[in-house]
Design a protein around this ligand. Sequence first.
Ligand code: PRP
Ligand code: URA
Length: 209
Amino acid sequence: MAVPFISDHPLIKHKVTFLRDENTGSMQFRELIGEITMLLMYEATRDLPMRDVEVKTPITVTKSQVIAGRKLAFVPILRAGLGMVDGALALVPAARVGHIGVYRDPKTHTPVEYYSKLPSDISERDVFVLDPMLATGGSAIDAINKIKEKHPRSIKFMCVIAAPDGMKAMTEAHPDVPVYCAALDQKLNENCYIVPGLGDAGDRIFGTK
Ligand code: PRP
Ligand code: URA
């Protein structure tokens, strides 16, 4: 089982603080989610394989390296995962984007799947599943079950805030899926919201309530 990556980077901590603030409006919230996603993607792509090339600088010819043609796919979990797509694409513009729609039933807090559209060549791709919140873990676990049916080359899960319960459930259900996270919070409340968390990520990204 991969040990979850929980960022201790000052830039991420700083941005997460403003994300949590209830006075942060949707526009700034979206910007912050995008920036945090970029910083997490930087870590999550650290193991991409490289190949040697030659490049001619204005001074001389030298050996250098480029990414070895790895194919990536980003799969946001609707709705809130959409807020992470632009940040991920800013770093890897050639990636394909699939979508999985899952919402939590407000009474039972269990995931309900309502949409799935994945790249047809997903079996040749390394998939990054995007969702800012890992609360009970139900939505992410279900979405990854669905993606695994298509046998991608690998899967990583990227989130902004995780609860200990969700992290445990996720790593038990999918020990082969590394988790990258900006902050690990204290607990879930009686409504299965993350404490201290940031509230409802989808509502804050899209300005709905
Ligand atoms: C949120 C969030 C996750 C899920 C996390 O989505 O974006 O998908 O809750 O909770 P869990 O770990 O307990 O499953 P929500 O159901 O609010 O849907 P939305 O993104 O459409 O608002
Ligand atoms: N979904 C959210 O958007 N926030 C939480 O705290 C838990 C689930």
